[in-house]
Design a protein around this ligand. Structure first.
Ligand code: 26W
Length: 806
């Protein structure tokens, strides 16, 4: 293969023989061991390197093609990436899965044992982090030149353990064995400043930081499916600048002091903040955000300069997506680079900045919208605060001009919240400093423009656009569910659906084919058996997502207790059910942790009671993550999407479960609405208040006790908790539902429980259920992240594919 300057690269064979040969030479020469003495970890790392080499070859070709094309780039800035385990993906995308299995067996290694050593980099909390990974997968698959930028946390999302039913967090030192998939790139180190002060020299503002740290990048390969393109995700790790090791103190025996600056520096990328709704507001978190932004923008400018000289071309060559408000400091940072370092005038710089950035909002919860104390930001980033004030002055001039004498609007739109404390509103800065702001589902975008960001929509309606989320069919169907994938390919007569998910619609006519329906049932049954949680013949009712009161795991639990009471009452006519919970709660979110504790207490009681044998089982596997999701989602029959309407921005688990043939019971919230519109109302179990009704009730004088008083089953379920029947656990959960019930759990209880009876009825008619299940898969091709990326390209990024020769 010809590279630049006529360099020739010998291509690596994909035959089993060639793969085995490379595996062996890597074992001996790169791992420095032998087949006889190799450990499973040796075999795993060597396998990873052997697969990685084949992707690195494509990466070399991709880099060459991109360099030659000097294209418009898409840069995705995200504080979180939930990339999932890499081995299976890279075996599939490099087409070496079979060759690897044969080679491993030939060397006496057990492929499944080796694969089990593939630790996932848990560099994210939930939906936002996984969406980022799915979008990168689709960008590469669609041959779009793109780079993801993030932070290489030493400790990812905590490992969840249950001790007496309580969640206990354990540090996730995911790379303590090193990570065979990553390529460190120390040459591209960047220097990041903090604190210090500003001064004006020769008409230009100069920021003199008080301390600096180094940002060392390493990247992971992001291969495209069914194409030669291999993009990268570049993750920054904080390193102490050599100056920070204090030799004199060391010589004086003050060892801790000698390294304290170094430790302070490295702490910046030490751990992922495990909150997924309420900002911790810690200075270290702000340092993390600026660290990510500063390293990434310098790297983006370095790459721009490789092929371009004129700043005027920067915005036409660069589309940067800000994944929520976490990287929004990129706006004042690029202004600083252009004005202070490059000497551009303010207006030119501002037009470049606005044209370069776009912002995705992932939430509706007011408490999740980040604000930073003015004094903290001013101390840590004095120049950026000055720039934010200048941006704010221009914004408020425009608001006053457009809405004269509307002081309230000026106060609401200001980037600076004045009362009760002076805070910088990051969402306001995000909308002001970008071209497009998007929500992640139709209802979400509609609510954003009519509530939290209404003022900005009034001023700049054209800046708002919707891009409904999507999920990678390669990760969540092909890799997670090989059995259903084989059946789909057989039914459609092609596997091209993996890069064009709209082809799934070809499955709809097969509902009339009884043998296809029975094979479809067999696949689900086999997936349940493989999961090994509960009776494979029972309906597997799945609720897997982060714990939050708005997602209403408490409502699912009230249903479980109601079923239990019905069983104890005798004459139970419900269908055998396994209820599976999965998910983590932010460590400081006590209300959510109490719900987890109560679920485990109820599960212990229900599962121990012989009365429920064969009728009801509750399982709660610990440490829900991508690896576990890939085992649970293919096995699910029923998908619980029961959030209070108007609270879940989109959801993506709902999409993964529908695509794998699970039927949804849900509210008209987030993307549930679009799923129901596509699968058809008959193939969706809808219940509850819609967003407008919920808002009215919530803002009216909602009295949860009225529902308690009016509904015997509800009362019984709450009373048994309040009475401490589950080991005295969860009384505060019942109390908060009776007193406040912030998310209208009691108001939706009856509608939910009754709809669950319809679920039972549908399940009893397995042919009907299977038909509904096939139609759910057939009609949700729209929720591919490829379609999502196509929408971003059309409405926001305007980048084009660059073909890479195979
Ligand atoms: C600052 C603390 C914090 C951290 C993360 C606040 C908010 C977040 C994320 C925005 C939370 C998140 O993951 N939101 C989820 O994003 C998904 C992808 O768009 C949506 O599908 C989910 O509905 C939304 O809850």
């Amino acid at each position: 293969m010809d590279l630049r300057n006529g360099v020739e690269l010998r291509s690596l064979g994909t035959s089993p023989a060639a793969f085995k040969e490379d595996l062996l030479s890597n074992l001996y020469y790169r791992r420095g061991t032998t087949v006889e003495s190799a450990s499973a970890q040796d075999a795993y790392e060597t396998l990873a390197l052997t697969v990685r080499d084949r992707l690195a070859e494509r990466r070399a070709r991709t880099a060459a093609a991109h360099y030659a094309a000097n294209p418009r780039w898409v840069y995705y800035l995200s504080a979180e990436y939930l990339l999932g385990p890499q081995l299976e993906q890279n075996l599939l995308y490099s087409g070496t899965a079979e060759a690897a299995r044969t080679a491993l067996e030939a060397c006496g290694f057990a492929p499944d044992e080796i694969a089990a050593l593939d630790v996932e980099p848990g560099l994210g909390n939930g939906g936002l982090g996984r969406l980022a990974a799915c979008l990168l997968d689709s960008l590469a698959t669609m041959d779009i030149p793109a780079v993801g930028y993030g932070i290489r946390y030493d400790l990812g999302i905590f490992k969840q353990e249950f001790h007496d039913g309580r969640q206990v967090e354990r540090p996730d030192d995911w790379a303590f064995q090193g990570d065979p998939w990553e390529f460190p790139a120390p040459d591209d180190r960047q220097v990041v400043g903090f604190y210090g002060s500003t001064s004006v020299v020769g008409g230009r503002t100069v920021w003199t930081p008080g301390e600096t740290v180094l940002g060392e990048p390493s990247h992971l390969l992001v291969p495209g499916y069914g194409t030669a393109t291999v993009n990268i995700v570049r993750l920054w790790r904080a390193q102490a600048s050599e100056a920070s090791f204090d030799l004199t103190r060391f010589a004086a025996g003050q060892y801790a002091e000698a390294v304290q600056d170094a430790v302070r520096a490295e702490n910046i990328s030490k751990v992922l903040y495990p909150d997924d709704s309420t900002p911790a507001g810690r200075e270290l978190r702000l340092k993390q955000q600026y660290f990510l932004v500063s390293c990434s923008l310098r790297d983006i400018v370095r790459r721009f300069r490789l092929r371009n000289g004129d700043w005027a071309d920067f915005a036409s060559k660069t589309a940067i997506q800000l994944n929520d408000t976490h990287p929004v400091l990129a706006i004042p940072e690029l202004m600083r680079l252009l004005v202070d370092e490059e000497g551009l005038d303010w207006d030119h710089a501002w037009s470049l900045v606005r044209r370069t950035f776009n912002y995705t909002c992932h939430t509706l919860l007011p408490e999740a919208l980040e604000t930073w104390p003015v004094d903290m930001l001013g101390r840590l980033l004095p120049r950026h605060l000055e720039i934010i004030y200048l941006i704010n002055a221009e914004l408020l001039d425009e608001v006053r001009a457009r809405f004269p004498d509307d002081l309230d609007r000026v106060r609401r739109m200001s980037l600076i919240q004045e009362e009760p404390t002076r805070q910088v509103r990051m969402a306001n800065l995000a909308v002001t400093g970008t071209t497009r702001t998007n929500g992640v589902a139709a209802l979400h975008t509609q609510l954003l423009t009519s509530t939290v960001l209404r003022d900005f929509h009034d001023l700049w309606p054209d800046r708002f656009v919707n891009v409904t989320n999507g999920v990678s069919p390669r990760r969540f169907v092909r890799l997670a569910d090989p059995l259903v994938s084989a059946l789909i390919s057989d039914g459609l007569g092609t596997d091209r659906w993996l890069s064009d998910l709209s082809l799934l619609s070809g499955l709809a006519p097969l509902v009339a084919d009884a043998s296809f329906r029975s094979r479809w049932r067999d696949v689900k049954r086999a997936n349940k058996a493989a999961l090994g949680l509960g009776d494979p013949a029972a309906l597997l009712d799945v609720m897997v997502k982060r714990f939050h009161e708005y997602k209403r795991q408490q409502l699912k639990l009230l249903h479980v207790i109601t079923l239990y009471h019905r069983i104890l009452a005798g004459g139970y006519d419900g269908v055998p059910r396994t209820v599976l919970f999965g998910g983590k709660a932010a460590p400081a979110y006590h209300a959510a942790k109490n719900i987890i504790h109560l679920i485990n207490a109820v599960a212990a009681r229900v599962n121990a009671d012989p009365a429920t044998d064969g009728l009801l089982t509750v399982v709660f596997p610990a440490n829900y993550n991508i690896t576990l999701a890939e085992r649970v989602i293919p096995a699910a029959d029923l998908s619980e999407q029961i959030s209070m309407a108007g609270k879940e921005a989109s959801g993506t688990g709902n999409m993964k479960l529908s695509l794998n043939g699970a039927l949804t019971i849900g509210t008209l919230d987030g993307a549930n609405i679009e799923i129901r519109d596509r699968v058809g109302a008959d193939n969706f179990f809808l219940f509850g208040l819609n967003a407008a009704e919920a808002l009215t009730l919530r803002s009216g004088d909602y009295r949860p006790r009225d529902h308690y008083a009016a509904d015997g089953e509800l009362r019984a379920a709450l009373d048994v908790i309040s009475a401490g029947a589950f080991g005295g656990v969860g009384q505060e959960v019942a109390a908060s539902l009776l007193d406040r019930d912030e998310y209208l759990t009691l108001a939706d209880y009856r509608s939910y429980v009754d709809r669950q009876s319809d679920v039972d009825a549908a399940w009893r008619d397995q042919e009907r259920w299977t038909t509904m299940s096939i139609l759910n898969t057939a009609r949700t091709g729209y929720f591919s992240s490829d379609r999502t990326v196509a929408d971003y390209l059309t409405h926001i990024w305007h980048a084009s594919p660059v073909r890479v020769d195979a």
